[in-house]
Ligand binder design. Sequence first.
Ligand SMILES: NC(=O)C1=CN([C@@H]2O[C@H](COP(=O)(O)OP(=O)(O)OC[C@H]3O[C@@H](n4cnc5c(N)ncnc54)[C@H](O)[C@@H]3O)[C@@H](O)[C@H]2O)C=CC1
Ligand SMILES: CC(=O)C(C)=O
Length: 257
Amino acid sequence: MSQKVALVTGGSQGIGKAIAERLVHDGFAVSIVALEQDKIDDTVKELEAKGAKALGIAADVSDRDAVFNAVNETVDKLGDLNVMVNNAGLGPTTPIDTITPDQFKTVYGVNVGGVLWGIQAAHQAFKKLGHGGKIINATSQAGVVGNPNLALYSGTKFAIRGITQVAARDLADEGITVNAYAPGIVKTPMMFDIAHQVGKNAGKSDEWGMQTFAKNIALKRLSEPEDVANAVGFLAGPDSNYITGQTIIVDGGMQFH
Ligand SMILES: NC(=O)C1=CN([C@@H]2O[C@H](COP(=O)(O)OP(=O)(O)OC[C@H]3O[C@@H](n4cnc5c(N)ncnc54)[C@H](O)[C@@H]3O)[C@@H](O)[C@H]2O)C=CC1
Ligand SMILES: CC(=O)C(C)=O
């Protein structure tokens, strides 16, 4: 059987990088799409050092054409596409009165636009390749319950759960499943930046900022990126074949629904 291929947006650091590593471990060839060429190159080298077939593409996921080009390049160079992980996102701290039209456009463009274009591009590729596939989208525990200071971000993450449900219904007949993962408070550059900003806005420390989010984690620890990658590995593999339209919350017990 030929090797399965996954594309991970935002795969150059944080959660996306852990997902790429997990999928390589599970036998996938992996394409990572992100913004910074140097981080992409470093991650590709690390994946190759583990024996992976890996490809890195610099592209902005808010640009629909760029996403379609990245998917086409992945199919051309790695020979297939079976799993699309729409993970890239922005997490600015935006107290409600501070939100500007430019910020609105940028954050919705990346967090919602990037997922929509990723779904469309993967769908087109699956059709051309003549098989189904799996689409996996990043939402957040902040897309299950609104979080303080994150009005823009939480709004985009609620939207992703809706889009995931609709796409699951629309694409099911073609053998495509669409699911989402909702991480909690994960030790990545995004979360450290949010903790810093929230602490700074209150005249307090980064740790105080982190605890405003982390104080109610039932399992009493912050998440490692690998905690999330484990759930995505499940959604990308055959054991999740009868699951579609769902959001798996991976937050150590913050939100229950
Ligand atoms: N870190 C956390 O605590 C949580 C993160 N998430 C979500 O998980 C996903 C990954 O988050 P982190 O790893 O923490 O973020 P991060 O900020 O550490 O990494 C983001 C990645 O996305 C890429 N990226 C950003 N904008 C892009 C664009 N316009 N086009 C292409 N790539 C772009 C970056 O190059 C980077 O590789 C995001 O969707 C985030 O909203 C959800 C819940 C909690
Ligand atoms: C950044 C994020 O998704 C949080 C705080 O849940």
